[in-house]
Design a protein around this ligand. Structure first.
Ligand code: NAD
Ligand code: MN
Length: 358
């Protein structure tokens, strides 16, 4: 029987709460399927680790998880430490160091969950946002001069490379091709940003020629927010830069009911490095320690993890269990307008896994 080694990094805030729920659920799926097992290695990296050691993870941290089959991640972000230190010291250190350049964010209406959009009852929202995850606005290029003086200057330079844009465009077109509607929207801002975003558009058009069966269009990011709200049914697969997709996917999550249900896969598609799976939300300081964080985003991320491992039946089984639970308002956490706790939702999903005969 095959054993998958999973590196588990809860991180900060509600991260450890939802990730330990995710581990319980993955254990339950493996037990129910019976043809594979998990070995979980837990790493206490994050803000508390930083307070003890002056860094978010050990110097050889990536080395320690380099040969795991996948990483399950919670969130980086601690109330007492600046956000750029926690994010760059942990999540971005892993995403960029492991070249997880394709960040995949599915959004759809789960049963029992209501969209804040009046006209949406279900099928209108069924999107996958592909976020370029290795360069662009989050390339880390920039600096500060004359620090603390009146003439201080600071830059964050958005860097796009032809190779980097080509690989994310190919990934997005291929993904769009695999979905029934074969439709891709390339989000841009090449009217105002006249260098890197123009390269982005040019490469998109060139890659599109390799996929004649995919219908694609180009949309400015500001107009895209309007389209997501007013014509959600016109959207299927979307590709956008690191910053644009970061913002659009929080909007997508809210339109589908809550930030707490939205999943992410940070993929290295060539599998040269492990990929990382996490809910899209952050540390949620306002609800940490209260036991009411919605674990559904982490569970759905666990579905993506199972798909990545090639365990399709297990992935489908977990997704059915999630949908059976969201269908019942008594299992909704406060972000969805309910009263359920993290532990109750977790128990309900585990019970649904056990009861599933599919
Ligand atoms: P956030 O996602 O933590 O929270 C935004 C709002 O959504 C809050 O009101 C929160 O309570 C709610 N929310 C988020 N997840 C929820 C869940 N599972 N269940 C119920 N409600 C939920 O975003 P923020 O407040 O902007 O950031 C807080 C910290 O998290 C910052 O330090 C930020 O840098 C960090 N962050 C980290 C990541 C990451 O590591 N992937 C992502 C986003 C933010
Ligand atoms: Mn984000």
């Amino acid at each position: 029987m095959h054993t998958y080694r999973i590196a588990v990094i809860g991180g900060d805030g509600i991260g450890p709460e939802v990730v330990s729920a995710g581990v319980e659920v993955l254990e339950a799926v493996a037990a129910r399927c019976g043809d594979f097992t998990f070995a979980f290695d837990r790493f206490d990296w994050g803000g508390e680790y930083y307070k003890r050691h002056g860094r978010m993870m050990p110097e050889d941290g990536r080395q320690q998880i380099r040969h795991h089959d996948a990483i399950l991640f919670g969130s980086a972000g601690h109330p007492e430490i600046p956000d750029h230190i926690t994010l760059w010291g942990l999540r971005l250190a892993i995403c960029q160091g492991f070249d997880q350049y394709a960040n995949v964010r599915p959004t759809r209406m789960l049963p029992g969950i209501t969209s804040p959009l009046r006209a949406v009852s279900g099928q209108e929202i069924n999107w996958v946002i592909v976020r370029e995850n290795s360069e662009g606005e989050y390339s880390g290029v920039g600096g500060r001069v004359h620090q603390g003086l009146a003439l201080e200057a600071a830059t964050d330079v958005s860097v796009l490379t032809r190779g980097g844009v080509e690989r994310i465009m190919r990934f997005a077109f291929r993904l769009a091709q695999s979905r029934p509607r074969r439709r891709l929207t390339v989000v841009t801002k090449s009217n105002a940003q006249r260098h890197a975003m123009v390269l982005w558009d040019e490469v998109a058009a060139a890659v599109a020629a390799e996929f004649p069966d995919v219908t694609w269009d180009k949309m400015l990011v500001d107009a895209m927010t309007v389209r997501m709200v007013l014509h959600p049914e016109s959207i299927d697969t979307v590709v956008a830069t690191n910053l644009h997709a970061d913002i659009l996917s929080d909007l997508a999550a809210a339109l589908s009911g809550s930030l707490g249900i939205a999943p992410t896969a940070n993929l290295n598609p060539e599998r040269a490095f492990p990929s990382m799976f996490e809910p899209i939300h952050g540390s949620a300081f306002d609800i940490m320690g209260k036991g009411i964080a919605n674990p559904i985003g982490t569970f759905w991320s666990a579905v993506l993890l199972l798909e990545h491992l090639g365990e399709k039946a297990a992935a489908a089984r977990l997704m059915r269990a999630i949908e059976r639970v969201t269908a019942e308002p008594r299992w909704h956490t406060p972000d969805l307008g309910g009263k359920a706790t993290t532990a109750e939702v977790t128990e309900a999903v585990i019970a649904a896994i056990a009861a599933d005969n599919g």
